[in-house]
Design a protein around this ligand. Structure first.
Ligand code: PLP
Length: 392
């Protein structure tokens, strides 16, 4: 068989990510590739760092994208900050806290797990109890926006508590950055990472990170070498932090960085406050439509993420068949449940460029059509007008 060019269909991406990439960003990524040490490219890298400082709301000098997806940003925080023998408190309320635990173990550290129910925020009281019980803990790690459940934790309070007990903090902001407030300096976060494929509307493959002063001091005081050559921030900064004198470390993903630059310019032009408001407003409209059909959110209202909406699958409905029909008949992707929630929930993303009125109307209309055609126990004929009323 002769293999030909791959031409994907145009889908509407309303799952847990990647989310819709804005056409302006796709166009930016198709611009001519130049050398990654070309002075013009270096000038663009400086702008990316500055724009990321805005997105993260920080003046941290060490703010840059890791050349790999969100998991590499996560790993970058752990390998640089955790040394063999270190005790790390990991708050787990979904899939990604579990991945943090893995990271601690692979760095030779000892994880202490603070467990919360899937679909709930991290409980600050449980963290404080763990901090009291483990006075030798050095780091607290938690996921700000748990994509596997749609729960948002109170990062400010969790960081404050961690500092009260002399712990540094590692925060996962993969799904929160650009969609819901992330205030690195105000909250005094020590190390944070994100991803480009969620609320930044960019293609997958980069992981913005930021390290604060206390984290840099910890890295400088390490007794052992960072176990990963690629993610060792001391080496990476020779490239990203070197200004005109920058030295080769690895070949930067040039065109993906054009995309991130464009995404961050768009975020700057919209303004963070407006982006956060847009995500919240569109969540309210989607919620009105889904609830009018009779679908129920799994996360309590005050702990809900606007950009990731997890709803229970109605009794007797075939999860995979519904998602398959949405994909094949409407070119619409929504997410399945992950881990403990597999087969029990749908995860509907309203992230970045995907967070817009036409997507909500498509999703609610398509879900209603498919579910009623399959004889599911939902209310019909009310959802679209509920969305339209909420959008006004
Ligand atoms: C909260 C969270 N952390 C980490 C990751 C890992 O990011 P990636 O898949 O880009 O490696 C994801 C991906 O969905 C995520 O949602």
């Amino acid at each position: 068989m002769e293999i030909r060019s791959f031409n994907p269909p145009i889908r509407t991406l309303m799952g847990p990510g990647p989310s819709d990439v804005h056409p302006r960003i796709l166009e930016a990524m198709s611009r001519p590739t130049i050398g990654h040490l070309d002075p013009l490219f270096i000038g663009m890298m400086e702008e990316v760092k500055q724009l990321l400082q805005y997105a993260f709301q920080t003046e941290n000098a060490l703010t840059m994208p890791v050349s790999a997806p969100g998991s590499a940003g996560m790993e970058s925080c752990f390998v640089n900050l955790v040394e063999p023998g270190d005790k790390v408190i990991v708050c787990q309320n979904g899939v990604f806290g579990g991945r943090m635990k893995e990271n601690v173990e692979r760095c030779g550290g000892t994880p202490v797990i603070v467990q919360d129910a899937w679909g709930r925020a991290v409980d600050p009281q449980k963290l404080e109890d763990a901090l009291k019980a483990n006075p030798d803990a050095k780091i607290v790690a938690f996921v700000h926006a748990e994509t596997s459940t749609g729960a948002q934790s109170d990062a400010k309070t969790l960081v404050e508590l961690s500092h009260k007990y002399d712990c540094l903090t590692i925060v996962d902001a993969v799904t929160s950055l650009g969609g819901t407030p992330v205030k690195v300096d105000e909250w005094q976060v020590d190390a944070i990472y994100s991803g480009t494929q969620k609320c930044l509307s960019c293609a997958p493959g980069l992981s913005p990170v930021s390290f604060g002063e206390r984290a840099l001091e910890r890295i400088a005081a390490r007794e052992s070498k960072v176990q990963s050559w690629f993610l060792d921030q001391n080496l990476v900064m020779g490239y990203w932090g070197g200004g005109a004198k920058r030295a080769y470390h690895h070949t930067a993903p040039v065109n993906t960085l054009y995309g991130l630059h464009e995404a961050l310019v768009m975020l700057q032009d919209e303004g963070l406050d407006n982006a956060w408001r847009r995500h919240q407003g569109n969540h309210n409209a989607l919620k009105a439509g889904l609830e009018s059909m009779g679908l129920e959110f799994i996360v309590p209202k005050e702990e809900r993420l606007p950009q990731l909406n997890a709803v229970s699958i109605p009794e007797g409905v075939d999860d995979a068949a519904v998602r398959g029909r949405l994909l094949n008949e409407y070119n619409l992707e929504i997410g399945a449940g992950l881990g403990d929630l597999a087969g029990k929930v749908w995860r509907i993303g309203l992230m970045g460029h995907a967070s817009r009125a036409e997507n909500i109307l498509l999703c609610v209309g398509a879900l209603e059509a498919v579910l009623s055609d399959m004889g599911a126990p939902i209310n019909t004929g009310v959802a679209l007008s509920a969305v339209q009323t909420a959008l006004k």
